[in-house]
Design a protein around this ligand. Structure first.
Ligand code: ADP
Length: 458
């Protein structure tokens, strides 16, 4: 039984979780840092507990504080949200050891999939195609060079414990590879405490296609279709859409089933995402995320399935509310990630929002914790809002997104709204003709002929 959930996160995702809980009649506790005292999740949760100072290490990553907060408030379960401890197997384990339900997959699945090398091995065993590369981690430069010559340059050096695009370096020759291994390994050590790296063939024009899956503890697994997340800057997603404009219905059905059956073979439960690169008619697995994702919203929009509610139901031990047959796909959805950053220089822009008017109307969803008078803290991720539009088809969805972006007014700080306003008018994007390199190598490097249409957005 789950009567009260401790939300071990902040910002828009904390709010997203609180909203689902309220609709399910479940009480919520917002665990927050000193910097988030005035935040919307704290205001909307039934209770709140301060878990430490602004630094994430001392608060949102502090397992002892979070478990103490759950104990003193009498919570039954903990939802880790996205980021922070969401993919920390130890946190999933200690949550359970302390008698709370962890709303997510098993610690074992988080562990296996959290290491990209073991994840790739598990996928090979499950019969899923992976990007050609080293079978395990790199143990010497000579070994790496030998593999690189076999698969052909360029290659990508990746961190086994990587995330957020960190610890990744491209190499075009033996000499560059030696340097790339050193750089990627020390970056991986600094960011993830794990220096292991591996190499993969560097694909020159793939799309990033990921499949949302949901499983329960009774062996049932469904997929909710794919998302195209090829619009990236520094390997970080900028705008996502579902379904992908680059896939046929046959390819869509094929990759959905590949991911679904892999999760079934793993005995996976809760929400998860299989990420693939798709190039020249072939899919290659790159990683699995054992948590909810920022872009889960667009899968919700095209299926009508509330992923957070399903995660909670699964954690309680209930069966999924859907079978694959009754997952109905309808229309098209897009999501713009709005960051508190300058739209051209990408310099972070924390500070006070002096005025705020969110767009609305038919088919528009804004998942955001900000409001007029809110101060965006400098301590955390710069994402302040997700703007999602949905329509019967891609053209309608795009027209709606253009309209919503024009309505969006965030004053007092810089945001990436002007970047999105420009992006949704770019001919290649409008045509759906883009790959993972397009945004950075073509769109952002183009001279800006015309200024973006004026709007009240800062
Ligand atoms: P992270 O966990 O850091 O996000 P991923 O493995 O998910 O790392 O990769 C992030 C992004 O990096 C991908 O979406 C893609 O744009 C790029 N990438 C990853 N692997 C390759 C590859 N083998 N070739 C080309 N680009 C890649």
């Amino acid at each position: 039984m789950i009567k009260k959930i401790l939300i071990a996160n902040r910002g828009e995702i904390a709010l997203r979780l609180i909203r689902a809980c309220k609709e399910m009649g479940i009480a919520t506790v917002a665990a927050h840092s000193v910097a988030d005292e005035d935040s919307m999740p704290v205001r909307l949760a039934d209770e709140s507990v301060c878990i430490g100072p602004a630094s994430s290490k001392a608060s949102y990553l502090n397992m002892v504080s979070l478990l103490s907060a759950a104990t003193i408030t009498g919570a039954d379960a903990i939802h880790p949200g996205i980021g922070f401890l969401a993919e920390n197997a130890q946190f999933a384990e200690v949550t359970k050891e302390h008698g709370f339900i962890f709303i997510g997959p098993s610690a074992e699945h988080i562990r296996v999939m959290g290491d990209k090398i073991t994840a790739k091995q598990a996928m090979i065993e499950a019969g899923v195609p992976v990007v050609p590369g080293s079978e395990g981690d790199i143990t010497s430069t000579e070994q790496a060079q030998k593999i690189a010559r076999q698969i052909g340059y360029p290659v990508l050096v990746k961190a086994a414990g990587g995330g957020g695009g960190k610890g990744m370096k491209v190499a075009h020759s033996d000499a560059e590879l030696e340097e790339a291994i050193g750089l990627a390994s020390s970056e991986a050590m600094a960011c993830f405490g794990n220096p292991s790296v591996y190499i993969e063939k560097y694909l020159s024009h793939p799309r990033h296609i990921e499949v949302q899956i949901l499983g329960d503890k009774h062996g049932n697994v469904i997929h909710l279709g794919e998302r195209d997340c090829s619009l990236q800057r520094r390997h970080q997603k900028v705008l996502e859409e579902a379904p992908s404009p680059g896939l046929t219905p046959e390819l869509r059905a094929y990759i959905g089933e590949v991911a679904r059956s892999a999760a079934e073979k793993l005995g996976y439960y809760s929400a998860g995402t299989f990420e693939f690169l798709y190039e020249d008619g072939r899919f290659y697995f790159i990683e699995m995320n054992t948590r909810l994702q920022v872009e889960h919203t667009i899968s919700e929009e095209i299926t009508g399935i509330d992923l957070v509610k399903e995660m909670i139901r699964v954690a309680k031990g209930e069966k999924l509310g859907y079978t694959q047959k009754n997952v109905r796909f309808h229309g098209h959805a897009m999501q713009c990630r709005i960051n508190a950053e300058h739209a051209e220089t990408f310099i972070p822009s924390p500070g006070r929002i002096t005025d705020y008017v969110a767009p609305g109307g038919f088919g528009v969803r804004v998942d955001s914790h900000v409001y007029a008078g809110y101060t965006v803290p400098a301590h955390y991720d710069s994402m302040v809002a997700k703007l999602i539009t949905k329509a019967d088809d891609r053209a309608g969805c795009l027209a709606r997104m253009k309209r919503a972006l024009q309505e969006y007014a965030v004053l007092g700080i810089n945001t990436t709204i002007p970047l999105h306003q420009r992006l949704v008018k770019a001919p290649a994007f409008v045509a759906g003709d883009y790959n993972i390199h397009w945004l950075e190598k073509e769109f952002l490097s183009e001279p800006k002929a015309a200024a973006p249409e004026t709007s009240a957005a800062a």
